[in-house]
Write a protein that binds this ligand. Structure first.
Ligand code: SF4
Length: 331
């Protein structure tokens, strides 16, 4: 691990000022540190300065009739344990409980979860070519073992999957990321916050170096209340998704008024299947329609040599998630 300076921010504005003042933009905010410290130990990240934001007043969680607001420093375990979140936004609680281990959930912050880096093994090995870690160096995964890599949103420069479960759930509920910057605040729809790799896989988020995530807002809705997260993985806990699906249904008189289908574990960002949602609108609640929607959701998949199995597995994940969520109403 490289030597670094450490400071503790006393206010949100001081945190912003500190990162702006850091030499060469080589500073990072640190909260739980569950991802950043790992990467520093592997020399994947080598910040010259860490700005500790753990003491900022950003841990609050508010729920009213219209909105859930989660402070960026709320811990994953605290949000998952909130009974109102579990009742009115179940996909959020379920995705959190499917993430990492209890110990990590106790440490990891919600804002940090949005900023976590891919688990591509070549990204984490500094001996391997990786355009995300070192732009222009190549992508070892393209010709290497790409069993766990993405089949949607890929580019010739990067095929790494997005690692977060929570982000998949938040995408299904049209969450918004609140950012605080040096001159103004702004709110970014979550679908615009995560970037596909294109020719610049090193750019992953719609955030500037001197902006800080302060909260995540989730609109309350019938969709949010009837939502579900299903994660398929190679072991029962402490494992990243091979495939996952965050789904939500608004069912009225046996007909699907509105739906959300978001795929995880198979794409370079949380992947919303809008064509599949359009297909389901106005359809009666029947498994055959869920199967058709799942095929539409994967229609653009581009599997590599080792991950063709993900197409069928993701389709089945979507069907199982939707049938589980609609249980009791399937004609
Ligand atoms: Fe790097 Fe992306 Fe290739 Fe992995 S898939 S080695 S993160 S460029």
């Amino acid at each position: 691990m490289n030597p670094f300076q450490y400071s503790r921010a006393q206010s949100i504005d001081q945190a912003i000022q500190s990162i702006r003042a850091a030499d060469g933009g080589n500073a990072r905010f640190i909260a739980g540190g569950t991802n950043l410290l790992d990467l520093m130990k592997m020399n994947v990240e080598q910040p010259g300065q860490l700005i500790d934001i753990n003491y900022l007043p950003l841990s609050e969680l508010h729920i009213d009739n219209t909105m859930l607001s989660i402070g960026a420093l709320a811990r994953m375990s605290d949000v998952a344990a909130n009974t109102e979140v579990a009742r009115r936004f179940p996909v959020i609680a379920q995705s959190l409980l499917a993430s990492a281990s209890p110990q990590l959930r106790n440490m990891a912050s919600i804002g940090g979860n949005m900023m976590q880096r891919t688990r591509c093994s070549y990204f984490r090995d500094t001996a391997c070519a990786c355009n995300k870690r070192e732009p222009g160096s190549g992508c070892a995964a393209l010709g290497g073992d790409n069993r766990r890599h993405a089949i949607l949103g890929i580019s010739p420069h990067c095929i790494a999957t997005h690692p977060s479960d929570l982000a998949v759930a938040l995408m299904a509920l049209s969450a918004r990321i609140k950012l605080h910057g040096p001159n103004s605040d702004r709110t970014v729809p979550i679908d615009d916050f995560f970037l596909v790799p294109g020719s610049t896989p090193n750019l992953e988020h719609n955030i500037q170096i001197d902006e800080l995530i302060v909260a995540i807002e989730v609109p309350a809705s019938p969709l949010a209340t009837r939502s579900f997260y299903l994660k398929v993985r190679e072991r029962a806990s402490f494992e990243f998704a091979l495939t996952s699906a965050a789904v939500a249904l608004d069912i009225r008189n046996g007909v699907i008024a509105e739906s959300r289908i978001v795929l995880g574990g198979i794409a370079t960002k949380p992947w919303r299947a809008r064509d599949a949602e359009v297909y389901l609108a106005g359809k009666p609640v029947q498994e055959s329609h869920f199967v058709a929607a799942a095929h539409i959701a994967l229609a653009q998949a581009q599997p590599g040599k080792d991950n063709k199995f993900k197409v069928k597995l993701a389709q089945r994940t979507v069907v199982r998630a939707l049938t589980t969520l609609a249980a009791g109403e399937i004609a």
